[in-house]
Design a protein around this ligand. Sequence first.
Ligand SMILES: [Zn+2]
Length: 243
Amino acid sequence: MMGYSHSVSAAAAWLALVETDIIPVQSPQILLVTALTCAGAGMLPDIDHKNGTIAHSIPPVSSIVSAVVSSLSGGHRKGTHSLVGLIFFWAVAILAERLTYQGIPWASLLITAYMGGLALRTFGAPGGWLGAIGLGFLAWHTDSLAMTPLAIGVGATVHVIGDFLTTRGVNPAWPLTLKAPTSSRFWKKSGYFALPLLGDAGSKREMVLTSALSLYILWFALALGGIVDYPAASWEHLLTPAK
Ligand SMILES: [Zn+2]
């Protein structure tokens, strides 16, 4: 999956979890911060790719961090795309939230602003990293930071699921290799698992899915503005026969 598709699918998943009350969010401002944090985290596992969005985001720091993560995690689509990687990202976000200096969790603030800023840039919002600074302020003033670990965890998990739906697949058991007795599209001798519904990364099918999820996000945004019913509420209405 491409970076843009990963971000859109992570944001859509977050909104769906909020809409179905699985994740309670207290205000539209917190929803904005957390959805953008989750959208940015949707690209996080690809920090292991030297040509990825994250590696190019704030050079040279981001490219150095990317190279270090890539060598520690065994290369692209290995450690950062496994259960170990997902637990690591989530644990870093939790630790960042607990680390405070003079009462302010600076690390968590930085992670939230960076992830949200990355999403804004990916979605083509004007203003460059100014959006990230604005988002940092909003996160701090709305007490959104407590939700950052969850947003990071959901975003990174949706990324791995997205790559699992492509031809190449992922190895969730890394550093272990669960070799298939006979190689197939679903379980390969390399230990990679896939449900290749989307075909290769960047395929037409991926574009169709991303467009549909973008429409869902747009619908949700209009509902937030009171212009239309929420998507799930609308489906309920369609499924209930008129009296
Ligand atoms: Zn990936």
